[in-house]
Design a protein around this ligand. Structure first.
Ligand SMILES: [Zn+2]
Length: 364
């Protein structure tokens, strides 16, 4: 949608069924008893579909605004706690960040107002009015919850943008937004416990789970930002495995295994053509998966997989750029190319080591 791949996590199905059961089995029959069961089921289903649509609209709003501000969006995934729009990299200015973050909750509010107005204007059927009113209520709740000021919630991004704008320091903003997220997470856990013990409400478990998730996510943001700080001044060339042992595309797998693969410290190899230009990469796993008898007749180029252009970097780029790359099969993060020649390769192991080293420079 809008050129962005949209995914649905299986947990959405669970939550959809749970909401549907509570709407069709409890909320709607209590509001308007005595209707045929099929009608409850139909109206509850319709409301759940509209609700999932409103979650999607919230995420699409983030995605569309981000894209208009020049920040590509990788994907949108709907899951247990709503949605997640995965952005490629980070906002360039506090203003862009603020606009992108606020777009979601504002869309939820708009959805709430629209559902409410339709519910008021609609002469019937009553069950649909109940559904729409519930939808309005849920979207208000969604907007308010998401505006709580802690990373990674939208409100945390807004807080981040404001601190960044006021202090001109992104690192300071990272710190405040993630600390606030951790505090908020713990507060929710405590509130959940309180709900259970003082009010006997099982909804407290839900609050606890959300709090636990939030605290964890805020903690990983804190670690990631500390690593980014520690990576300041570190370049791709400092992180990569270099010089890389390469696999000639024309060699047979048998030859390459005997001459290089068996003695190498690498688990993946850049495949090069006659002129030494990279044409892909190959991993030990893929060679091992080849039937033994086929090694002598199969060329390395047959097993090679291409490296997408977005996973090719230059040695003098900032190492932090590597953290924005999606890992390729075989744990490859990037191929390092200098004037068309493969000068290095970066795997997830290289990145993990770089991250640990970064944190040694910059304690969390
Ligand atoms: Zn949002």
């Amino acid at each position: 949608m809008a050129g962005v791949p949209v995914g649905v996590h299986w947990s959405v199905l669970v939550i959809g069924v749970l909401i549907g059961m509570s709407l069709g089995g409890v909320i709607m029959p209590e509001a308007f008893p005595g209707q045929p069961t099929a009608l409850y089921v139909l109206m509850a289903t319709l409301t759940v579909v509209l609700f999932l649509g409103s979650l999607l609209a919230h995420e699409l709003a983030h995605a569309v605004v981000a894209q208009r501000r020049g920040l590509p969006v990788r994907s949108i995934t709907l899951w247990l706690f709503g949605g997640m729009a995965e952005l490629e990299g980070e906002a360039r200015t506090p203003r862009h960040e603020l606009e992108t973050a606020a777009a979601g909750p504002l869309t939820s509010l708009a959805f709430a107002v629209a559902s409410f107005l339709v519910a008021v204007a609609l002469p019937g059927p009553e069950l649909l009015v109940v559904g729409l009113t519930w939808l309005a209520y849920m979207n208000v709740l969604l907007a308010v919850f998401n505006m709580l000021p802690g990373a990674p919630l939208d409100g945390g991004r807004v807080l981040h943008a404001v601190v960044w704008w006021k202090t001109k320091s992104r690192a300071r903003a990272d710190q405040i937004a993630s600390t606030s997220g951790q505090v908020l997470g713990v507060a929710l856990i405590v509130a959940g416990v309180g709900q259970i013990f003082f009010f006997g409400s099982s909804g407290g478990f839900w609050t606890m789970i959300i709090g636990w998730f939030l605290a964890g996510a805020a903690r990983s943001e804190r670690v990631a930002s500390a690593a980014r700080e520690g990576l300041g001044g570190v370049l791709v060339r400092h992180v990569m495995t270099s010089p890389p042992e390469v696999a000639p595309s024309w060699a047979t797998v048998e030859d390459f295994v005997a001459t290089t693969a068996l003695h190498s410290r690498q688990a993946v190899f850049v495949v090069v053509d006659f002129e030494g230009r990279p044409v892909g990469y190959v991993s030990l796993d893929w060679m091992a998966a080849l039937p033994y008898g086929a090694r002598a007749t199969t060329r390395v180029s047959t097993l090679a997989r291409p490296v997408p252009p977005e996973n090719v970097v230059a040695p003098d780029e900032e190492a932090s750029v590597l953290f924005t790359k999606r890992a390729l099969p075989g744990q490859v993060i990037a191929l390092v190319s200098d004037e068309g020649r493969a000068v290095g390769i970066v795997t997830t192991a290289d990145l993990t080591r770089a991250m640990r080293q970064a944190m040694l420079r910059q304690p969390v």
